[in-house]
Design a protein around this ligand. Structure first.
Ligand SMILES: [Zn+2]
Length: 410
């Protein structure tokens, strides 16, 4: 599956995980269930799914420490409430609430598709399946003639600005048959497109953070004979704070590493010492210098599109990078000829947080934050440089195979 196909069809975290499973199974990775015992064989690839929307894949080795990459599968959107059909004499709209911190004005007047998972009853069992609507919906903005200051002030009320489902009354039970319950979202349905004189830009919904998910999976699949266990963790719920069963604040990574350690014949002491020798790359996108708003950028750390992998730092610990882990990543990338640059927030701007800092609350592994440079983060359509994807893929492969470790650094 190509990157653009992955971006286009991974409408929600459930779809991203489904596509990831297809990629992994196509390359011989075996599915594990959290509800059954894990029997792992040296040199083989495995994955486990939690909640249908988070996935941990790994190449298992009996010896060595762990080398991990973590990213997130979710993106800002509108989540449908229960009983979403809101009908009046003229129209039916969809009652929804914001999921994450979207750049909401960009969601107006664009094709949106209903997508997520639906739980149905089949043969006395409850079955969860991904769902994508065959139809699109739209969230219409108010005309400029009826909202003269729209270009100066646009502050949508997210309870009253709702997507249109139909003219007249529409029974939502008729839209999705046999549904017992659901996690459904109105997702940007725009297809990825290339722009720029030389075709250098790629614009698409969900560049944050599905490019990281896709690229880390590709690096794991492409690294066939590692000397230590490689882990690719893709978590849901990052946009809403990660504190869910399947989010990075849950114990999915901790329990997966514990079970890998048990399969390796390691007691708790050996597992803890292996964590201290391991390295986690927390992978999430970074704001590139915006040419129309250069004043929003830090004066000396100004990543640009096409400038390579962005290594992120923050005095307040929003990012996990420290001098040692940053040096390790710089060395790994530099040795592989991969370009990198650095990002810090302006000191008068509140920093976003990432998976790395949250994961460390569960498992103590030295960690560094990095990611792809992009524009228009959390817009319905975001923009990156295609060349940076290629640098990222080479960089992640180098990260997985590099013999440099905390042992050699300490
Ligand atoms: Zn992100």
């Amino acid at each position: 599956m190509e990157l653009t196909e992955f971006l286009k069809t991974s409408y929600t975290a459930y779809h991203a995980v489904e596509n990831a499973v297809t990629m992994l199974e196509g390359h011989g990775f075996l599915r594990l269930s959290e509800g059954e015992n894990w029997h792992l064989e040296d040199g083989k690839g495995y994955f486990a799914v939690r909640g249908g929307s988070s996935l941990i894949a790994f190449r298992y080795q009996r010896g060595g420490a762990y080398r991990l990459i973590a990213s997130h599968t979710d993106s800002p959107c509108f989540k449908l409430k229960a009983n979403p059909a809101l009908s009046d004499a003229n129209y039916t709209r969809l009652n929804a609430e914001p999921y994450g911190g979207g750049l909401w004005y960009t969601f107006f007047d664009r094709p949106l598709r209903l997508a997520g998972r639906v739980v149905r009853e089949r043969d006395g069992k409850l079955v969860s399946e991904t769902y994508t609507s065959g139809f699109q919906v739209v969230l219409p903005s108010l005309a400029i003639h009826q909202h003269r200051d729209a270009n100066e002030k646009f502050a949508p009320n997210l309870q009253t600005e709702l997507p249109l489902l139909s003219i007249g009354k529409c029974d939502f039970e008729g839209v999705i048959a046999d549904m017992v319950s659901s996690d459904l979202f109105a997702m940007p349905a725009e297809e990825p497109f290339v722009s720029g004189y030389g075709g250098e830009f790629l614009s698409s919904p969900r560049i944050d953070n599905l490019v990281s998910v896709y690229t880390s999976l590709s690096a794991l699949i492409g690294t066939e004979h590692p000397s230590e266990t490689l882990v690719c963790a893709c978590f849901d719920s990052e946009e809403i704070g990660s504190r869910t069963l399947q989010g990075a604040g849950g114990d999915f990574l901790k329990t997966a590493l514990t079970r890998i350690g048990i399969a390796q014949g390691r007691g708790e002491e050996e597992r803890l010492s292996a964590y201290a020798r391991s390295l986690l790359l927390s992978l999430d996108n970074a704001h590139a210098l915006h040419p129309n708003h250069p004043e929003t950028c830090d004066p000396t750390n100004r990543p640009v599109l096409g400038g390579g992998i962005v290594i992120k730092g923050h005095a307040g610990g929003a990012y996990t990078s420290d001098a040692l882990t940053t040096a390790l990543l710089k060395k790994i990338l530099g040795d592989a000829g991969v370009k990198y640059q650095t990002f810090f927030n302006r000191s008068d701007v509140r920093s976003g947080s990432t998976l790395g800092a949250i994961s460390l609350g569960q498992v103590s592994i030295p960690s560094v934050d990095a990611g792809l440079a992009q524009l228009a983060m959390h817009s319905a359509v975001e923009t990156m440089a295609y060349a940076d994807y290629e640098e990222l893929l080479r960089g992640l492969c180098a990260f997985y195979i590099s013999p440099l470790s905390m042992d050699t650094a300490v």
